[in-house]
Structure formats: C-alpha cells, structure tokens
Design a protein around this ligand. Structure first.
Ligand SMILES: [Zn+2]
Length: 495
C-alpha cells in the first residue's frame, strides 16, 4: 500500500495515541533530513554571513553563479542543449548581472522537460522526489537532495533566530494537513509531532463549536511560537475573539509564510496574540527565499539563491520574481519563474537593521487571480477596501462575468445595511464606479484542498489584456500586466 493510501485510509481510523505515534514516526524521519549535521553547519555559516558587507555578498554570489552555470552546462541536458542553441557558454555568465542573458524557466518548461532537468552527476539514489500542490495549477514535480532540504531549513531557522527563537523551541503549527480526522467531534483536535517539537492544530477544527477546546489546549502549553499560513491562524483568532476567549500564555512570535498576509489578518492576529508577527517568502521548489529582518523588511537569503525582479510593465514598481537556487545540484532551477511578484527596495537605501543583502519592500501573491473592471483594469488586491470594515470576519471577491463581482462575506455580529453600503461606496470609490457588486453572505469561506485561502478568485474563461491596478487608497499603483496560468504559491511553512 502506498504512503498516500495509508494516510488517506488507515490513519484516520487509528486511535489518537497511534495517530500521535504516526506523527512521531514522520517527525523522526523528517528531523533526520532537516536537522542533521549539514543543518547545523549551514545554520552556523548563515549566522556569520548574515552580517556580510555588500562586497562580500557580491563576491560570494558571483562565485556560486559561476559554479552553478558550469555544473548545469556540464551535467543537465536541458540547459546544455538550450544554451548551445542560443550560442551561450558558461563563460558568458560570470556574475549576477549576466543572468538576464539566460532564458526564463517556466513551470511549463519544468513539466515538459522533467527528466532532462536532472543532473547526470548526481546519483539517482540521492534524489528526493518532491512536488508542489498548487491552488489552481497542476502539481509540479521536481527532485531535491537531503543537503538541499537541510540548507532550506537552516535558512528558515535563521529567520526565527533573528527574532530570538532557536531550534528546539516548542511551537504550535496551524496546518491544512488532515492530521486530525475531519469528522472527529471530540477533543483532542491536535496531534503531537515531538521530534519536531510541535503540536499540529488543523484548520478543519478551528470552528466556533471547538474553539474553546483549542484555546484551552494552547493555554495549557506555553508554546514559544506559532507558525502557519496567515489565513489559518486568522481563523483561530476570529473564533476565539468572538467567543470572548484569550491566550493566557501567548507565543512570543508568530511566523507566517506561503501566503500573502492581508491587512485585516495582520490587524486581528496582532491584537489577539500580542506577539511579534514576522513573515518569510519562499518557494517549495527550494530555489529562492527572503526573510524578514527585525525591521520587517524582506532580505534576500543570498546564500541560498538569487532572486531577480523582471519588469512586468513599464513604470510598474512590482516585478515578477525569478529564482536561481544554489542548494539543489540534482535539479537546478535557473531563472525560475515562481509566479509571484515583489517590489524591491532601492539598492541605495540601507536597511536600518544593518544587513547589506538585497531587500524587498513587499511581496505580492499569485499573479493569476484578479478582477477586471468595466474600465478594463485588473485589480489584484481588495484588502484595503475592507480595512476599516470591522464587522467583517472574512471576505473573498469572485468574478464570474465581466462588469460584476460577487463579494462573499462572513459577517460579525453587528454587521448591518450600513456596513454593506459603506463597502459598496469604497469599491465604487477605489476600484471602479461602474462595477456591479453582488453581496453573498456565507457561514465560511472554503479553503483550497491544500488549506490556502484565496482572496480573489476569477472564473472568467477568457481575460482580455488590461493593465493591473492595485487597490490601495489614494495611491493606486500599477502592478502587473499579464495573465500567467498555473501559478502556485509554495507551502514553505507546511511543516
Ligand atoms: Zn533589514
């Protein structure tokens, strides 16, 4: 029986203590991959290089780029043949600034050339099969190696160390994984993964009827930090606040990732936990990462890979993110188009934290979900519109046909017709005066099969080309101009 069949059919029928034992077994196996001697070595190196000067960083990255390009040319058939056809050789790529000479690698390129992207220098037995489960696109398969996985975990733990949390700290991980059977109606609504020092709390049980048990559990275990998707932690916060519950031993920090945190989520989580909220951006393909510094600026984890910004549109501050990873020599991803966009900090601006690595002011989410207005602009973000709508629990904007949108909304007690009128005014003011708006009141907003929350969903079958506008109050800024399909945000915090 395959591992997935065991997870699907056998695990849910086990008694709780055997489910905890299964989590322990999984954790033990994962701990060996993530936290061996390579992890420790990498983490020490990363602690040191975190304070390197710009010149040291540049020299390090250029050396890594030359090694990677040589390795790919010599041992990865896809790159060798493609670059030869373009009359490019490793000598043409000597530094970071030379990377744009190479073509972009799309997800579709990876799907179609999966076998030809495997390095012939790496033994088949060292390959670890991985896949991403996208929210809209098809799954993407690739290979990693154990040292590459340990490197990525070292990068993630350096982020935690910046906020005073070290390996071994006990934490609650809020997850979309079904480690507690969905149909379970009595506590415990959590399982222990002791080798990884975590309690797993599943989103399926963060409901009004079960929230007091979950909070009681969190209060009886002083976890040092919480981790997970912002939308799942937000679910906890919403139900607990509504039930008048409080955390008696709140975490010191909340680490989020894998989804863009929306303003209303940040506001509510901050208020409820009182903890420091910090985020990191990564892709599960393991080829690029950026983590908050204590100033809450995303710094490129330059030791792990290069993150390039490629112009989407003239005068548009947000650029499409391309990653070139240094860690995974088995399946190198070079100029890999992740499908997210980000706004880079001007390189002349020094971050007050003192780090010299490149910085991003913000990272936008997926580029493929947006609403098209009657004026022909595309709107990717609506959270500014709902920022002051305090009687709104959660909201999702869906477009099924041009000219109109449906606002799917979960109300808080106290929500009334004046709230609806205010939201409508805000949409007409900031998004489009001619957009027809339908309100649909729902009990909850469904998550994707992988647990992710989608703030904007487009169900238009064909989408005309139009500039993309970010709905930001009074400062609408252009963000993107293209329709990219099959874009997936990686479950980098899916522990
Ligand atoms: Zn900084």
């Amino acid at each position: 029986m395959s591992e997935s069949a065991i997870v699907e059919h056998i695990y849910p029928r086990l008694p709780v203590f055997l489910q905890n034992a299964a989590c322990w077994y999984y954790g033990k196996k994962e701990a060996r991959t993530r936290f061996g001697s390579i992890f420790e070595k990498r983490l020490l190196e990363l602690m040191d290089s975190d304070r390197w000067s710009a010149a040291e960083i540049e020299a390090y990255q250029n050396e890594k780029i030359r090694q990677l390009i040589r390795h790919a040319y010599e041992s990865v058939p896809y790159y060798r043949e493609l670059w030869k056809s373009l009359k490019l050789s490793p000598e043409d790529i000597r530094c970071r600034e030379d990377l744009p000479k190479l073509p972009v690698l799309t997800k579709e390129n990876v799907r179609q050339n999966f076998d030809r992207l495997v390095s012939q220098k790496v033994s088949r037995r060292d390959l670890v099969f991985r896949h991403t489960s996208g929210t809209t696109g098809k799954a993407l398969h690739f290979y990693a190696t154990k040292p590459a996985i340990a490197f990525q975990w070292a990068v993630w733990w350096r982020h935690r160390l910046r906020f005073g949390i070290g390996p071994g700290a006990w934490h609650a991980n809020f997850t979309g994984k079904r480690v507690v059977p969905v149909g379970q109606s009595t506590p415990p609504y959590w399982r222990w993964n002791r080798p990884l020092h975590q309690a797993l709390v599943t989103m399926h049980h963060l409901t009004a009827g079960k929230i007091s048990s979950v909070i009681e559990f969190l209060n009886s275990h002083p976890f040092e930090f919480y981790s997970g998707y912002p939308s799942i932690i937000h679910m906890l916060v919403l139900h607990a606040s509504e039930a008048g519950l409080a955390l008696h031993s709140p975490p010191r920090a909340v680490f989020t990732g894998a989804e863009k945190m929306l303003d209303f989520q940040r506001r509510d989580i901050q208020k409820f936990t009182g903890a420091t909220l910090t985020d990191q951006y990564g892709c599960s393909e393991g080829c690029g990462n950026a983590s908050h510094c204590p100033e809450f600026v995303y710094h490129e984890d330059f030791e792990f890979g290069v993150m390039e910004g490629v112009e989407l549109q003239r005068a548009n501050p947000a650029k499409s993110i391309l990653c070139t990873g240094f860690a995974n020599d088995a399946f190198p991803l070079i100029r890999y188009e992740v499908g997210d966009s980000g706004v880079w900090q001007d390189s002349a601006h020094a971050c007050p934290c003192g780090r010299s690595s490149r910085a991003l002011l913000r990272i936008e989410g997926r580029e493929d979900d947006y609403v098209i207005t009657p004026e022909g602009t595309r709107i990717m973000r609506f959270d500014y519109v709902f920022k002051d709508a305090l009687n709104v629990k959660e909201v999702q904007v869906v477009q099924e046909q041009l000219g109109e949108i449906t606002v799917r909304l979960v109300r808080r007690p106290g929500y009334g017709t004046s709230d609806e009128a205010e939201i409508l005014r805000e949409i007409h003011r900031w998004i489009s005066p001619g957009l027809a708006v339908r309100f649909q009141y729902v009990e909850e907003i469904e998550r994707q099969p992988n647990g992710k929350f989608r703030a904007v969903v487009s169900q238009l079958t064909s989408q005309p080309h139009a500039p993309v506008i970010e709905a930001a109050r009074g400062e609408c800024s252009l963000i993107a101009q293209r329709s990219s399909k099959n874009i997936q945000r990686k479950p980098s915090l899916n522990e």
